[in-house]
Design a protein around this ligand. Structure first.
Ligand SMILES: [Zn+2]
Length: 99
């Protein structure tokens, strides 16, 4: 589960019960810190150490050490995703067996 998938916002009573260590008062019990983003969604004060909402960025692949097999699998997954995205983006229909 990534932090973004946790359903209760920082400081919400249920989040606190689940182990959230974000500020409760600053987040008005899960209602936000009083500011909103460009889309109007409430912003929250996060505890960087909170295991539910930690604000740590996704690990940078360059900072990780892979076994060759894991690296190959990751690259293959990314290649397939890129291929699918480029098909959608350019409207291409590429087949494995060109006539
Ligand atoms: Zn939290």
């Amino acid at each position: 589960m990534t932090p973004n998938e946790y359903q209760h916002p920082p400081g919400h009573p249920q989040a606190v019960a689940d182990g959230c260590s974000c500020p409760v008062m600053d987040n008005a019990n899960g209602n936000g810190c009083g500011y909103v983003d460009a889309a109007g969604n409430p912003l929250y004060v996060l505890d960087m150490e909170c295991r539910l909402h930690n604000g740590a960025p996704e690990p940078n692949p360059q900072d990780m050490c892979f076994e060759a097999e894991t690296y190959a699998r990751l690259m293959w997954t990314l290649t397939k995703k890129l291929f699918k995205l480029s098909q959608e983006f350019f409207g291409l229909h590429i087949t494995d067996n060109p006539v």
